[in-house]
Design a protein around this ligand. Structure first.
Ligand SMILES: Nc1ncnc2c1ncn2[C@@H]1O[C@H](COP(=O)(O)OP(=O)(O)OP(=O)(O)O)[C@@H](O)[C@H]1O
Ligand SMILES: [Mg+2]
Length: 640
């Protein structure tokens, strides 16, 4: 093995961009294979053709068409039994056939340039592809082992399948696509046989074309943990900064996560995973021809003296990259993840704001849109409001906007179509509902209360949509979001979330002197935030983390349950909520003009989007001639 010293690295391996298939090992191998195949065909056809020519030229041609006489009385039953045996054997053979679909590079219309917005993953993909393309150079120059298995892990629609297709197209090798569930069979042992034949096909394709990429989608269907192999992969001794789990607009208490045994921890997973483990190691085993040559050499060597022994032909390892994609890598069998198998794990996440902007540019280039959407500011604004969207969701959003445009009778989508589509995607379709005048006014007041609380307490939040049109179970709603992608929340921000939630109930109390069932969802949200602050974030006078309590057979409760189940925790939550409600009520009482202005605008227009909301608020504020009492300065102080 050559020692690679600084400065002597092969330029192929040092390349920063994607290597050219034609000059890389894969392309050179494929060309060599093609020439060898041509020679074989020439020999296979040439010899019989020369013989036939010889016979023809010497005046003794074959009479190819003189078939022997067939006695159908004898042949019919023979053929019947052959057909029966054929059906019996065929069923068995077919049940163990590889379920893949083979795509040739030219059949795939996705290239790496079509994978946008996920640069960190793309960089790693290019590195892996280069190692795949230059695998022989890598092994020869540096003694490295080729990368065999890559695990694509990530939520639905984050681009795993899309990226794998682009990889196959760029690598210029056959792409054997199989969905993990298609390996499953009701015949005993057929699943393992299908896996064997899939790997056989992979090796065959790789031998034929200098390399092959296998892709198994939804891998967890067959790669689940075997019995007794449950193992936590969480690295010990790592302290991390907790993110925003569950603190977005929709509250998912972080403590609600219950540990469930992973998919298929049953005996059935055993043979299938074992077969996968064996097959993952099979890329270095000799092919049928190599085995035949090897055994012939062995037999001849038995007859030869020691110093005349023949060398066995070297075993060439198949250049295969196997990509498995899953939404949940934590449930895969640990043995599948060890080095040499799926040792490379690529996590696909929702793109950041820059990524979303790139995706918008990419998709809008193909979808008809009004000139308004060519404005970079408009695109930036859409990228900003789509935090948490996956690439597939962004594509879906624009498709939905196109549908809205068609519904309007237009042929191009506008910004308003995108906004309506976003509302439909995030909240649901608007359902025209005939509220009584009293209810309509009540709902408008409630939503205006939320909005004024948000505008006064949390100017950092962007007011997106205010509506009293019923969508799914929401009679009305205020959608507000962060201006930038954020990954943490401060105490002030969390307090503000509680105040915004209380805005609706306080408005009902001030204007109607009574409360309705409307705010029940708001109270649940506020309780969740308060429980997080008290029991998980150490923000409310106690540093004890209730989420550190282990779930047990008798206390299987989420974080909210744990905090409220403890009398001291409950008291802290109650106090926090009562304080914030009192604060919000005072704030609204001192700014009734804002709530009333918004309520009237809502009653008039039913739905306000983006700047329409702030326009109403700013006009009402200006009309008050600056007499408004601004309480935003002391928000954190009064919360104490
Ligand atoms: N990075 C990207 N750039 C451009 N388009 C993308 C990207 N990621 C995804 N898409 C689009 O989203 C669609 C869905 O993505 P894909 O099928 O790859 O998702 P996935 O991660 O495999 O999801 P699942 O886990 O549900 O199988 C693709 O067909 C493609 O049009
Ligand atoms: Mg997929």
């Amino acid at each position: 093995m050559a020692q690679a010293t600084a400065g002597t690295l092969d330029p192929m391996l040092a390349s920063a961009g994607l290597l050219s298939v034609h000059t890389a090992d894969v392309g050179l191998n494929r060309e060599a294979q093609r020439l060898r195949r041509l020679r074989t065909v020439a020999v296979a056809l040439g010899i019989p053709a020369s013989y036939l020519w010889y016979r023809a030229l010497t005046g003794r041609p074959f009479d190819v068409f003189a078939l022997p006489e067939i006695d159908w009385v004898v042949m019919a039953p023979v053929m019947f039994f052959i057909a029966l045996i054929g059906i019996a054997v065929g069923t068995q053979v077919l049940s163990g056939r590889s379920p893949h679909t083979l795509f040739r590079p030219e059949q795939i219309d996705v290239r790496l340039s079509d994978v946008v917005g996920i640069d960190p993953v793309k960089d790693e993909v290019v590195r892996s592809l280069n190692l795949f393309l230059a695998h022989e150079t890598f092994a020869r120059e540096m003694g490295g082992r080729p990368r065999r298995g890559i695990l694509f892990e990530g939520g639905p629609g984050t681009g795993k399948t899309h990226t794998a297709k682009a990889m196959a197209a760029e690598a210029g090798v056959p792409f054997l696509f199989a969905s993990a569930s298609s390996f499953q069979s009701s015949f005993y042992g057929a699943t393992a046989r299908k896996i064997r034949s899939y790997f056989k096909e992979l090796r065959r394709a790789a031998a034929r074309e200098g390399g092959a990429i296998g892709f198994i989608d939804e891998f967890d269907a067959i790669g689940g943990t075997r019995n007794g192999m449950e193992m936590t992969a969480a690295p010990a001794g790592i302290s991390g900064c907790g993110g925003l789990t569950g603190l977005g607009m929709e509250f998912h208490p972080a403590g609600a996560r219950t540990v469930q045994s992973a998919f298929g921890t049953s005996d059935l997973a055993g043979p299938v995973v074992n077969e996968l483990l064996v097959q993952m190691q099979s890329f270095d085993t000799p092919t049928g021809l190599e085995r035949l040559r090897g055994s012939l050499t062995d037999k001849i060597n038995l007859l030869l003296p020691a110093h005349r022994q023949l060398q066995k032909p070297p075993v060439r390892s198949a250049n295969i990259m196997l990509i498995a994609s899953t939404n949940r890598a934590d449930g895969l069998d640990p043995a599948l993840m060890r080095p040499g198998r799926f040792d490379r794990r690529l996590t696909f996440e929702e793109p950041g704001k820059t990524g979303r902007r790139e995706l918008l540019d990419h998709f809008l280039a193909r979808k008809s849109h009004t000139p308004e959407l060519d404005d970079p500011e408009q695109r930036d604004a859409i990228a900003a409001v789509t935090q948490g969207y996956t690439p597939a969701m962004i594509e879906g959003l624009l498709d939905e906007a196109l549908v809205n445009a068609v519904r309007r009778g237009a042929t191009a989508m506008s910004r308003a179509d995108v906004e309506t589509a976003r509302l439909t995607t995030e909240v649901g379709m608007g359902q025209p509902t005939a509220y009584t005048p009293h209810e309509r006014r009540l709902i408008a007041t409630h939503e205006a209360g939320h909005t004024v609380a948000a505008w006064l307490c949390a100017p950092e939040r962007r007011l997106e949509v205010l509506t009293i049109i019923k969508r799914r179970s929401a009679l009305g709603l205020l959608a507000h979001g962060d201006r930038e992608d954020v990954y943490t929340r401060s105490r002030t921000e969390m307090i503000n979330m509680i105040r915004i939630a209380f805005g609706g109930q306080c408005a009902e109390e001030i204007w109607y002197g009574d409360v309705t069932t409307g705010p029940s969802g708001d109270l649940s949200y506020a309780t969740n935030v308060a429980a997080q602050m008290v029991g998980a974030c150490g923000m409310e006078g106690t540093l004890v983390s209730y989420s550190a309590i282990q779930n047990g057979a008798l206390n299987d409760s989420n974080l909210v349950g744990r905090v409220l189940g403890d009398s001291e925790g409950r008291e802290r939550v109650e106090r926090l909520l009562a304080e914030q409600k009192a604060y919000t009520k005072r704030l609204l009482e001192e700014n009734t003009h804002l709530v009333e202005a918004l309520r009237d605008a809502l009653l008039d227009r039913s739905e306000l989007i983006g700047h329409e909301i702030t326009d109403v608020l700013e006009t009402a504020q200006a009309m008050r001639n600056g007499t408004v009492i601004d309480l935003t300065e002391d928000t954190s102080v009064s919360a104490e």
